[in-house]
Design a protein around this ligand. Sequence first.
Ligand code: ADP
Ligand code: MG
Length: 704
Amino acid sequence: MSTEFFNVADIFGENVFNDTVMQARLPKKVYKNLKKTIEEGKELDLETADVIAHEMKEWAIEKGATHYTHWFLPLTGVTAEKHDSFISAPLPSGKILMSFSGKELIKGEPDASSFPSGGLRATFEARGYTAWDCTSPAFVRQDAAGGTLCIPTAFCSYTGEALDQKTPLLRSMEAINVQALRLLRLFGNTTSRKVTPSVGPEQEYFLVDAEKFQQRKDLIYTGRTLFGAMPPKGQELDDHYFGTIRQRIAGFMRDVNTELWKVGVSAKTQHNEVAPAQHELAPIYAEANIAVDHNQIVMQTLKRVACQHGMKCLLHEKPFAGVNGSGKHNNWSITTDDGINMLDPGRTPHENTQFLLVLSCILKAVNKHADLLRESAADPGNDHRLGANEAPPAIISIFLGEQLEDVMEQLISTGEATHSLKGGKLQTGVTTLPDLSKDATDRNRTSPFAFTGNKFEFRMVGSRDSIANPNIVLNTIVAEAFADACEVLESADDFDMAVHDLIKKYMIENQRIVFNGNGYSEEWVKEAERRGLPNIKSMVEAIPSITTDKAVELFERFSVFTKAELESRAEIQYESYAKAINIEARTMIDMASKQIIPAVMGYTKTLADTILAVREAGADVSVQSGLLTEVTELLKSTKAALEKLIQATEEAAAKEEGPVQANYYHTDVFPAMEALRAPVDQLEMIVDKDVWPMPSYGDLIFEV
Ligand code: ADP
Ligand code: MG
């Protein structure tokens, strides 16, 4: 750990090819052209690209870069990169030149046959293209590989279908831009030129000791523990949340922040989370596509720096049963280029017609497409959180808070909202403390989609997942609601009257999605069912929602996905679920047969030997024999459960790929895994710790 002190302002963004660098290094005309491309989406000509590429290379080399890579987000869920060095063919003198052309900057051509395409592309048509997304700045990453110039890119097939997350995300940003501007114009706004979704993701993660991690095959292969009994202490004391950050962790966080700041990621907030060994990092929000890229950088950096500190960073949604899992809160708002946050209600929301229309459109969007939002947060790891033992629930609902709910009720009941509840003063009862002004609304931690003052916080997203999908869905469904509203309002004779009626109509029609109570309670599950809200409990049940007629119509209308792209994505999802569970099942089989059963057999032998010896000495052996019987019984159950899991896994592998196979993994293999885990966890509690073949939960989460 370095203890060198520095000024954050000096290092922030030092490895980013940002606006300051471009302005300083690019000829005026080139800079202007590029800005046009970034701000107005104009196409970049090759001549300009050549100049930019040259300058980018010179700059990157000064930062120690030897290679460049098109950095993209294929549908594997992790970023992909192929590195090329800047060297060109050796000269007759034997020397080389470093080169990087505009063509190489703008377009890459990775052999894409091994990336998931969900049937969009046959393997023999391997051609895929990466295209520079100049709205997300290039940066130099410095790590063990030296310096690498990373160029954020989109990834498409030869025929133009999106094979990544960025392409549809950019398309969805385009959609909401157009529709939001249309809505603003109706309210007389003629000055805003662009509307962008802003996103701030809060990233949760666990840290464990690397040596202990290495002794657990489940962590190595699957990122979560597949066996493990709870230690005597869990998270019940809530003493970890916001607790003092231990020195080892503090040193890690410092290095993470330093790395992130250098590449322009505005790491802002850090704290201990609820579970032991769990932490959180949140950056300052940014434009959606940058936030998505930055979140990938955050995840990579957490992992890399953890290794340098002798730790492993677990991004899995549920690394440990019995303690909280990890999520990613996706804070989302829509902002104009001249700084108007369209989700800012102001002090008197009841008078803010534009805000009320935006809000009612969002209610409509989320109510209509709750299934899509739910699906956007589906991944195998998140099945352990959503709708399982822990929060948030799998039911989508919106928390508005007292103030807005009150305005909504006024509108619905009397057709007129005349006042907004005020926050008032918070009296502490201590004269030396200042009276704080209170927010008009308390927080609600149990809502999956909560209004938090001037933004919505979508809390369902899994910690390991990209935030691209949730934002694609949010942008597109809200664009649709805006478009529908504009269609009505643009043809209205009396705008004021029409907008008033529309807000009321949307609020009445979509009231069922609003819920301000405890989202974790049993009553809510029943109430939601009564309201007809979907409760989609698992990933395999969520996937079909992206190919319904409703979804196809939505995404095609705004050119975000074609039907073929949606179908391919569903296929990839089924496949990735099946693969994930298959790996988990096989890891369990391996651990149970090669580590756990042999260790327990060894223990029974020791017990048996003890019994013989004790009996010979003429003493009572009832305790020892009791234990031996108990262990033997559990060993028998373990063996039987193992056989069943082996059988289920074999049957699953033989099933037809796609929904059939994925569903079988969900309904048959997964329960068989749980059934194997149960006796093993019981064994762990009674078998001598010295013979247990892997570190326990206690070792992992209390001794980092
Ligand atoms: P919380 O109290 O919800 O845990 P945090 O400070 O941990 O809040 O994180 C809040 C996140 O929301 C930050 O990433 C912050 O930058 C982001 N955020 C704040 N305002 C907006 C906004 N208008 N749009 C999008 N994200 C925002
Ligand atoms: Mg937070």
